[in-house]
Design a protein around this ligand. Sequence first.
Ligand code: UDP
Ligand code: MG
Length: 319
Amino acid sequence: MSDESQFLCVVAPCYNEEEVIDQFYATLKEVLNSVHGLNHRMIFVDDGSQDHTLERLNALAARDNAVRVYSLSRNFGHQIALTAGLDAARGDAIIMMDCDLQHPPALIPEMVQLWRQGHDVVSAVRKATENSGLLKRGSSRAFYGLINLLSDTPIVSGAADFCLLSRQAHRALRKLPERHRFLRGMVSWIGFKRAFIFYEAPDRPAGRSKYTYFKMLQLAFHATFSFSITPIRLATQLGLFTILLSLIYLAYVLTCFFRGKNLAPGWASIIFIVTFLGGVQLAFVGILGEYIARIFEEVKRRPLYLLKQRPPAEEPALR
Ligand code: UDP
Ligand code: MG
């Protein structure tokens, strides 16, 4: 393939970003123009913003033919907005990034270079966020520790959703239909040849983070439950362990009885029955959970998002 024919598509979800959108566009455009032998397109997904983000984006699209604007019918959340963008994206390589300049566009040439050297997934990994609170850094570290303990798919700490996907990796990622999306994990799950580059995340130039602690907690829950069945296994194992303990206790009580030790009448049998039944119930709740988890995997049939605006004509219909 000649370099001239290479086509890069950048996907950026935006939610109430009117203050940074123009600056982001200008920076990105400059970087993209500087990369040799690469045509580009920028796909902005407005995630149901309540401010003037959509108007700003439409103004950009009117000015620049490379800009495509999609708008979701309401706020569906970062991960879904990103998914909508990935569905709309076409090209030899796709880059997904935040539009608040915390994912520095300056890294793009290096990512493209690694892709040209044959990597399918190039993830930019954040080293530290300037001024990000101790709580945010601490909770992030704890989260990655936990998810890697529980899940079979290793997820690199600090690898946020800033990455480049080859055509093949992009196609693979689009095949994952789950509702509770955790793209960082999904990007690890698909495999392929992966490279990492490291950067210091700058502070937001304007606007504020939409990830409240509650939203981060929600993302952590989605990540845990979509990438691991360990919690439900734990219930089963805990149940079996409780049954074992109660049986040991029964053996102890019986030994005492036959040796003629005096135990309060009725006490032993009540304790045994309570612990034994507790264990059995917990084990079966766990087993039920295993089935529910499987049904849950199967019933994800709703569309992930709805569009209220898409670029005019020429574009192949999305859904
Ligand atoms: N975002 C979105 N929908 C949301 C929340 C955020 O599309 O409901 C976008 C946001 O515009 C930004 C990116 O997701 O481009 C990351 O969000 P943010 O900067 O608030 O997260 P943080 O960097 O603080 O983790
Ligand atoms: Mg941000």
